[in-house]
Design a protein around this ligand. Structure first.
Ligand code: COA
Length: 156
């Protein structure tokens, strides 16, 4: 597996991975209605393009297959972290998240934070993130519970 910067041609594979992961991996914690609101069958490609262009995005791949992706802002907000449903628990998210942390440390950012899905909270705890607060966010009119979590970053 290697990590590389996202490029515009990755968008179809990235949105497919996002949709498939939400509808399989998070099914234990989110209802079909919540998952449909989170990851609708037809992705809003303009919105994706806008978001990903505004953030630092990397993908994990092996032999041309996308295994996961991660995006964050230069200020330290980790936005997306998704791993292919067939490649869970292989350390892919750990590698993606470590890269985000490394990048932020080189930018002099002292804290990384995210809105962790219920599914992802054990992962983030394991990476040293702590709970800031539980909350609920609205996606297409549907409430999705998640948690604000953060981790201090030490200078390199
Ligand atoms: C959360 C997610 C990104 C983790 O990806 P992953 O590549 O499977 O995670 P890793 O293999 O790097 O996990 C590293 C460690 O985190 C912990 N961890 C990861 N997933 C866990 C889980 N479901 N339950 C408990 N601990 C978990 C474990 O300690 C794991 O190490 P181990 O496998 O040696 O025990 C992945 O499950 C996912 O895509 N979830 C759905 C999308 C999502 O909710 N994304 C976050 C949006 S905020």
């Amino acid at each position: 597996m290697h990590l590389r910067p996202y490029s515009a041609e990755d968008l179809p594979a990235l949105t497919r991975l996002f949709h498939a992961t939400v509808h399989t991996v998070t099914a234990a914690h989110y209802s079909p209605e919540q998952r449909a609101a989170w990851a609708p069958a037809e992705p809003d490609l303009d919105r994706w393009r806008m978001k990903l262009a505004a953030e630092i995005t990397i993908v994990a791949e092996r032999a041309g297959e996308m295994l996961g992706f991660c995006s964050w802002t230069p200020e330290g907000y980790l936005d997306f972290l998704f791993v292919h449903h067939a490649h869970q628990r292989k350390g892919i998210a750990r590698a993606l998240c470590a890269e985000a942390e490394r990048d932020l440390v080189t930018r002099g950012v002292g804290r990384i934070h995210t809105q962790a899905s219920v599914t992802a909270q054990p992962f983030f705890r394991r990476q040293g993130f702590v709970l800031v607060r539980h909350q609920s966010v609205k996606a297409r009119g549907v409430e999705l519970p998640n948690a604000v979590m953060e981790k201090p970053l030490s200078p390199a």
